[in-house]
Design a protein around this ligand. Structure first.
Ligand code: GLN
Ligand code: ZN
Length: 763
């Protein structure tokens, strides 16, 4: 084997944030949708963002920048448009290209948008392409070509990026009018021909390389799908007049898929060596790469910590023996991290010193590449970064002996409650009717509530004034629920900006950013908290609000907490200890909170885990270990209370499949879940679920108010599968994004439906 590195590594990234340093794209999009600016102003803003990005990347010294990673809404939607997969209901609108695009993303008054769902295990949401046997793929390379040409006119040769054909089909779903036997994968051949045209058009425009993103290849794939991967890239690789093809995978290991790809004529592979470091030995095996380019994803695109660049250099050096064309890169697109650390002026400097956002990560990629090329200054920097990382790992101020001791002493007993039947008996005095009615927690976040929070943050009102406003809101939410006749009430969560951020702000061990926005979907951005140290709870968090609400009514008020898994899933988490340990720390803080709620007279406590399924690893082999710690953390959080205290949990999805067993293991007394969009289909899966269950009877994602007959029908279906004393009646999720004008009649229908079905079944 060739032991002498023959060429100098270069640097690239797989993608970059596109919302703009001051969320310019968000603001322009929302102004355009509101009819306040023209399409021209919007496209000009987009152009400015793209140009600024390329300039930034060039000035940072990056050797090769990607293009077509900008998107007005979502890159999967862009790909659907690029291959002409525009369902008829959108074409028929007869709108401009841009407005057709936004109609697919957001719907119109008459038609529903494409479904929005999570992009792998991230918090980014993509629009699910709808395909039918009639989908007629037609190449539309205009956007990709235009971005490439625009960059080149500024002297920057980019590598256009597209979602790869296999991932596109694996993420798509059959359109409503597709026959039941149809699978999107059936369209592989025509789709690949369409891609062939697109990559050729890019070659004609002057692109040397094109990047095809195939993150779906890091999940378990059937033999058929693997064979398809081989076929796709044999076909695209066999084209004449084509650019070089880089197939980028991320979010995990390629495993058995890597040799499949390497048997095709593609010129390069991108590997996530952070989440998929297990691919390294295979890569290093002699002869495998056969001159191919490797984009080594050594800088973590999913998290915010500085890279140990010394370690990255070592891995890169080993790879230099295996390929002559090594490119240092990010593990995935930098879309998932905030843009610029420099603007964070309020962060604890000790935390800030260990952070790297997108811009800083670009600098790291460049530094590693330069260090490998022998640049003395860069070498120094990589060594310093290794020292800094080692210091961070051991920094005493991030570690709390008392927290660690509690974790070390956690016993199985502390994750176990008594039997469900004993709890049912102890909870009888709650006097709940069969088909008890409740909500998921939040009530509409009105403009007034938001304004009060903003005023408080900005110092325009003092704490007492803020608390008074929140209490007034709670009082009106309680009054409304009593008037509607709900059985178990909630305080409505007006004081919470976000169900995770709220707890992160109250717990030690978390930091918050001011500008650390990350795109969630379309124009929506979130600022995930940063979990940097051992977690503890300096003081009770929710007790005052809950007890105030309870003081206003004789009906039980549910205390409302966010579970440990969800808190981790929607934060940037430390990577210097197993997630299981971090989850237990959060769990113990929540356990203290449940006990305080209980002591203050709160008899029902809900611990939400909407993200339980989201963190499920892509590979089946890793799932049992994940589910074990996730369930263990939830149980540690919820098993500190007496039998008489009723624990609820809430999960936000209806495709249970592989998590059903885990949900059962959570051992909550009552579980509410989303069910209405799947028309209660899931109740059959839940029939044997031996505890309380509340399949959502109406969809809160839409402003539509359900008719009484619809809710009654949903409930009838549920009552056929679940015995009345275990069946709960609730909406699919929280109501915070809705208006009172919708919520009032919808909940009235819910309460009336419960009454009607109780009578029908003689409960
Ligand atoms: N309790 C939260 C609410 O009602 C739950 C939200 C969620 O499941 N995402 O808003
Ligand atoms: Zn929910």
């Amino acid at each position: 084997m060739n032991a002498v590195p023959t060429s100098t590594p270069t640097s690239t990234i797989l993608g970059y944030p596109r919302i703009g340093p001051n969320r310019e794209l968000k603001k322009a999009l929302e102004a355009y949708w509101a009819g306040k600016i023209t399409a021209k102003t919007l496209t000009d803003t987009a152009e400015e963002i793209r140009t600024a990005t390329w300039t930034t990347l060039r000035e940072a010294g990056l050797d090769e920048a990607p293009s077509n990673t900008f998107s007005y809404y979502d890159h999967v939607l862009d790909t659907a448009v690029a291959v002409g997969a525009i369902p008829t209901r959108f074409r028929d609108l007869g709108l401009s290209e841009l407005d057709t695009y936004f109609a697919m993303a957001r719907g119109t008054d008459q038609i529903s948008p494409l479904e929005l769902t999570k992009w792998f295990d991230t918090n980014y949401h993509y629009l699910v392409p709808e395909l039918t046997p009639k989908t007629n793929f037609t190449p539309n390379p205009a956007k990709a070509v235009a971005e490439f040409v625009a960059a080149r006119s500024r002297g920057i040769t980019t590598r256009p990026v597209l979602v790869g054909p296999l991932t596109f089909l694996l993420l798509a779903k059959p359109g409503l009018d597709a026959p039941s036997v149809f699978r999107p994968l059936d369209l592989l051949n025509p789709l690949v021909e369409c891609y062939a045209e697109i990559v050729r058009a890019l070659a004609r425009a002057g692109a040397d390389w094109v990047q095809l993103d195939e993150p779906a290849l890091t999940a378990d794939r059937t033999d058929e799908e693997l064979a398809m991967a081989g076929r796709v890239y044999a076909r695209l690789g066999g084209l004449t007049d084509r650019p070089k093809l880089l197939v980028a995978s991320y979010f995990g290991e390629l495993g058995a898929t890597l040799p499949v790809l390497l048997r095709t004529p593609i010129e390069g592979v991108g590997l996530d060596l952070v989440a998929g470091a297990g691919d390294l030995p295979l890569l290093l095996e002699g002869g495998q790469l056969d001159g191919r380019r490797v984009v080594a994803g050594l800088v973590d695109g999913r998290n915010v910590w500085r890279t140990d660049m010394g370690a990255a250099c070592e891995t890169a050096r080993a790879l230099q023996d295996a390929t002559d064309d090594l490119v240092i890169g990010t593990s995935c697109s930098l879309l998932h991290v905030p843009l610029d650390l420099a603007v964070e002026t309020e962060l604890d400097p000790r935390v800030k010193a260990h952070l790297a956002f997108a811009q800083e990560k670009v600098a790291e990629v460049v530094t590693v590449a330069r260090a490998l090329a022998g640049d003395a200054e860069a070498v120094q920097e990589t060594l310093k970064s290794s020292e800094a990382v080692a210091q961070w790992r051991n920094a005493p101020w991030r570690h709390h002996g008392s927290v660690r001791n509690r974790i070390a002493e956690l016993t199985a007993d502390q994750r176990t409650r008594s039997s469900y039947s004993a709890r049912v008996t102890a909870q009888r005095d709650l006097n709940l009717p069969p088909l008890a009615t409740t909500t998921i927690g939040s009530f509409p976040q009105t403009a007034q509530v938001r304004a009060a929070r903003a005023d408080f943050r900005a110092g325009r009102i003092d704490e007492a004034g803020y608390i008074a406003q929140m209490k007034a809101e709670i009082a009106s939410v309680i009054e409304l629920q009593e008037e509607l006749g709900l059985d178990v009430l909630v305080h409505g969560e007006p004081e919470r900006n976000d169900m995770v951020q709220y707890f992160a702000e109250a717990l030690d061990g978390f930091a918050a950013t001011i500008h650390g926005w990350v795109q969630s979907y379309g124009s929506r951005c979130v600022r995930p908290p940063i979990l940097f140290g051992d977690v503890s709870r300096p003081a009770p968090i929710t007790v005052d609000w809950a007890t105030y609400a309870q003081s206003l009514t004789t009906r039980p008020v549910k205390g409302m907490l966010t579970g440990p898994v969800t808190i981790l899933a929607w934060s940037f988490v430390r990577d210097d200890q197993p997630l299981a340990q971090t989850a237990d720390q959060v769990a113990l803080a929540l356990r203290d909170e449940t006990r305080d709620l209980e002591s203050a007279g709160i008899r029902i406590i809900q611990v939400d885990e909407p993200a339980l399924r989201e963190l499920l690893p892509p590979r089946a082999q890793q799932r049992p270990a994940y589910l074990a710690w996730a369930v263990g953390a939830f149980r540690a959080a919820t098993s500190g209370v007496a039998d008489a205290t009723q624990i609820h949990t809430h999960l936000c999805y209806s495709e249970f499949g592989e998590v059903l067993g885990a949900i059962n293991d959570l051992d909550a007394d009552v579980t509410s879940i989303e069910a209405s969009r799947s028309r209660m289909e899931i109740v059959h899966e839940l029939a044997n679920f031996g505890r309380g269950i509340g399949p959502g009877v109406y969809d809160i994602h839409s402003p539509r108010v359900p008719a009484l007959s619809e809710v009654t029908e949903a409930l009838r279906l549920a009552s056929k599968a679940v015995p009345a004393e275990r069946l709960w009646v609730n909406p699919d999720c929280g109501l915070k994004t809705r208006e009172y004008t919708e919520v009032r009649p919808a909940l009235a229908a819910l309460v009336n439906a419960a009454r009607q079905v109780r009578t029908e079944i003689g409960a």
